[in-house]
Design a protein around this ligand. Structure first.
Ligand code: SAH
Length: 324
């Protein structure tokens, strides 16, 4: 799509045709099955201070937790036993866990469940650590680019830069990972033209996976009083991402399900998504992974019900990249 075309879609009030097109592209390139992945949010400590995120360093009201490696492994086994063939291990940017800790976790899970794909989502780390994780069995890495507007990126992520984020995405790909990028829609200060930049980036980079969700304010952040993003607008951005990347794996995000408890997942699945993340974080910790307010916890039952309602079928396959 040209920049002009993308902008036209983003500006238009009408979105039915775009969503229908995204649904057709999804069907042709990804099929009808919806892949379930198991998510474990193992630490809510974070060294960064992203203005929109409840895990930010300066949020003193958050009860912090760190799961021990043995607890992470136990939760991972639990998810595998429920049938998950992908584990997404996510945390704040928490350097408490050293290379050996994370390698130990990966190796243990891979030994016990060799067919399980491991996706890391642990933020920005030194290049040699990314290499070490890959070499001991990590398959995929999620690192949203967040926003392609360099100025906005800098403002929202004190001390970080968009250039570095993109460099890391490229490095991860070169290392051999299946790579996930993506953005937040409706960030305070984000213009429609910025989202055009996000779609153009996704079109150019062709990530193996894409996570796109609406911005939801978190009450203990500097953006607490900002307005919630519109679900309809987020769906348009998701649909555009589907059209320009064709076969990237794209979850109907938990943020969508949070803004529309009954239909969020289904709306996402109808607008080009083909994945749902099921939450396997131990229940007593879940509520403390408070990246935004009222984040729902997606159970296996709930994910399956959404898929069924959308007239599609659940699959427990690994769902490796369709781009290779
Ligand atoms: N530390 C990891 C994981 C961050 S949490 C990393 O940096 O990659 C996962 C994602 O949650 C982030 O990439 C961000 O896009 C999203 N997120 C954080 N706060 C949010 C908010 N208030 N509304 C919507 N999405 C948010």
């Amino acid at each position: 799509m040209t920049a002009k075309e993308i902008l036209k879609y983003l500006q238009a009030g009408e979105r039915t045709a775009l969503i229908k097109r995204a649904d057709e592209v999804r069907k042709e390139h990804c099929g009808n099955k919806v892949i379930l992945r198991g998510l474990i949010e193992f630490s809510n400590y974070c060294a960064r201070n992203c203005l929109y995120c409840g895990l930010r360093r300066d949020n003193g009201s958050l009860r912090r937790y760190r799961m021990k490696p043995s607890e992470i492994i136990k939760a991972s086994y639990g998810a595998c036993e429920e049938g998950m063939k992908t584990l997404v291990l996510q945390s704040g940017d928490d350097f408490y866990y050293g290379v050996d800790d994370i390698r130990g976790i990966i190796k243990d899970i891979k030994k016990r469940f060799p067919d399980t794909a491991i996706t890391l989502s642990v933020g920005e780390r030194p290049d040699d650590e990314y290499k070490a994780f890959f070499n001991c069995g990590a398959d995929r890495y999620l690192l949203r680019h967040e926003t392609m507007n360099e100025r906005l990126y800098k403002k929202l992520h004190p001390g970080q830069s968009l250039k570095e984020r993109i460099r890391i995405l490229e490095f991860l790909r070169k290392t051999g990972y299946q790579v996930g990028a993506g953005c937040v829609v409706g960030l305070p200060g984000q213009a429609i033209e910025d989202l055009r930049g996000d779609i153009l980036f996704l079109q150019d980079f062709q990530p193996d996976m894409i996570g796109i969700g609406p911005f939801i304010p978190q009450s203990n952040t500097p953006l607490a009083e900002s307005s919630i993003a519109s679900v309809d607008f987020a769906l348009k951005v998701i649909a555009l991402a589907r059209v320009v990347t064709k076969n990237s794996h794209m979850p109907a995000t938990t943020a969508l399900a949070t803004l529309d408890e009954g239909c969020g997942h289904i709306l996402g699945l109808n607008a080009g998504c083909n994945v749902i993340m099921v939450n396997f974080t131990p229940s007593k910790l879940k509520k403390d992974y408070a990246i935004y307010d009222n984040k729902v916890s997606v159970s296996l039952k709930r994910a399956e019900a959404a898929v069924l309602k959308s007239g599609r079928e659940v699959t427990f396959e690994r769902g490796d990249s369709l781009k290779r």
